[in-house]
Write a protein that binds this ligand. Structure first.
Ligand code: SF4
Ligand code: SF4
Length: 383
């Protein structure tokens, strides 16, 4: 260990971040047993907690940046330790001292883009709604049924724009009165907060909240589990409460009340990957599966690990912006698990998962073997 952070600062930072239950850790090591990192390399959350308890954290190294905030170890810790809060607190300290290892530097580019353009992808703010140009999507106005909060990846990423278009297609077919915020939409801020940039998160959250209030927004549909999580569980820290619905939940409601009808016939097997921020963090396991089961001819098959034990794609906690060597990508393992089911499609509901899976699909040479789709794309094709 080279650099040693002062005892009080480490402990104070963790306490302030709400992770002070780290003192309860009795070093059983269960967190390390369940952590996906230990499928690809050695990483010990238990050790990070031990060092933090003594104020001896090595904040300039790579390890404090590894946790993908997947939620697996907090759900199983016998002492209720908040491992994610501890990792985030250590990142806050590293950010304060500008200590970023090489693999994390690209997260700083994302941060700069969030500050200047409101998205992490270096897209121009003025072009945020360009994906919707030919789709005649209305701008949200007070009194509309719902706001569709599109999110950054679906607004700018060429692959993910198709998911936004599929969503619009479904909402229109169901005759939902909805609108978008266009260039007034800012990143929800979930992932930048997990990299320790608390102030950037707060600035983004305040801008979004102001826009929601100024436009009389009450109900918000989101495509990304990260937007879902932060709007539902973190924005209430600002004393606001909007009704937040993930698109999978909303589509199931539309189908159940007969506002939407699936007329197409699917022919084949699909396996579903639970995104961490939909599943473990918010308990939404059934709705996406129930939706897929409504598709005639679709056979839903499960991967070796699913539901509460679903393997993380590797993109949470800001890792989507960091460099991960090929041999350490969880998404490669997941693609192999999906392939073992014999499914022709790996379906999921998160832009980070799709981004990572598409890259693994390419790297593994699985282009002919399996497709990666958002659940909304499958539903849209069945209308
Ligand atoms: S599972 Fe909980 S108690 Fe056990 S080592 Fe990890 S943090 Fe400590
Ligand atoms: S939250 Fe997930 S990635 Fe982070 S230490 Fe726990 S198991 Fe590992």
């Amino acid at each position: 260990m080279e650099t040693i952070a002062p005892f009080l600062e480490v402990v104070d930072e963790i306490t302030e971040a709400g992770g002070d239950v780290f003192k309860l850790c009795f070093q059983c090591g269960l967190c390390d047993t369940v952590c996906p990192w230990n499928k690809v390399r050695v990483f010990s959350m238990r050790k990070l907690i031990r060092e933090a308890a003594f104020g001896l954290s090595e904040v300039e190294g790579e390890d404090i940046w590894r946790c993908t905030t997947c939620g697996t170890c907090p759900a199983q810790c016998p002492r209720g330790v908040k491992q994610i809060d501890i990792a985030v607190a250590l990142r806050r300290l590293a950010s304060q001292y500008d200590l970023f290892p090489a693999s994390v530097k690209s997260a700083r580019t994302a941060r700069a883009s969030l500050i200047s353009e409101g998205n992490p992808l270096q897209g121009e703010r003025a072009k945020r709604a360009d994906w919707a140009k030919d789709l005649s999507v209305k701008t949200y106005a007070e009194g509309m049924e719902v706001l569709y909060f599109v999110g950054c990846y679906l607004s700018y990423d060429p692959r993910m724009k198709k998911v936004a278009a599929a969503t619009v297609n479904i909402l229109k077919k169901a005759d939902v009165k909805f609108g978008i915020l266009g260039d007034k939409e800012n990143c929800c801020g979930e992932s930048i907060r997990k990299t320790g940039s608390e102030q950037v998160f707060k600035d983004l959250a305040r801008k979004n909240i102001k826009t929601f209030i100024d436009n009389g927004v009450k109900k918000i549909i989101v495509s990304s589990p990260h937007c879902f999580h932060t709007f539902k569980n973190e924005y209430p820290e600002f004393m606001v409460n909007f009704e937040i619905v993930h698109i999978n939940q909303y589509l199931l409601e539309l189908l159940d009340r007969g506002q939407l009808e699936l007329t197409g016939k699917y022919n084949g097997k699909v396996t579903y990957h639970d995104p961490c921020y939909l599943g473990r963090h918010n308990g939404i396991y059934d709705e996406p599966r129930d939706l897929l089961k409504k598709v005639s001819g679709l056979e839903l098959v499960e991967m070796q690990t699913h539901g509460k034990n679903s393997l993380c794609c590797g993109g949470g906690g800001g890792r989507i912006w960091m460099d991960t060597p090929r041999q350490e990508r969880f998404s490669d393992i997941r693609l192999n698990q999906a392939r073992e089911t014999g499914a022709g499609v790996l379906a999921t509901s998160c832009p980070y998962c799709i981004t990572n899976f598409e890259e693994s699909r390419l790297n593994l040479g699985f282009e002919e073997v399996i497709e990666v789709k958002d659940v909304t794309q499958i539903i849209s094709d069945m209308l």
